[in-house]
Design a protein around this ligand. Sequence first.
Ligand code: AMP
Ligand code: ZN
Length: 113
Amino acid sequence: MDCIFCQIVAGEVPSQILYQDEELIAFPDIKPLTPTHVLIIPKKHIPSLLHLSEADLPVIGHMVNIANQLAKSEGISQSGYRLVLNCGNDAGQIVPHIHMHLLGGRRLLDVFD
Ligand code: AMP
Ligand code: ZN
């Protein structure tokens, strides 16, 4: 498996695991765009939102729940944060293993302004 995120799940690529359970792991983005930039991923290899089956849908709620908990533990829950799931080329998805970005720690001024 040459998926970088599967390799992190397997412990073959080192990362600072901020959270883990039987279904998910969370770790800091290697090139943070914001002071807090954490990735939350399912352990299961799902290439993108387009590959989510109905049976996989609960994992997205689980990812949101863990992202909310991490926003609190990282100290950005009151200042505000953004959860992002990029799908495909125009969205800038570069890693083909579904992941949620938790972004915060500064004002996020871009497409929403
Ligand atoms: P995306 O553009 O949505 O596919 O985001 C992929 C993210 O994964 C980027 O922000 C990268 O900086 C990040 N990334 C790639 N490789 C690693 C790694 N080994 N550890 C942590 N983050 C990574
Ligand atoms: Zn993978």
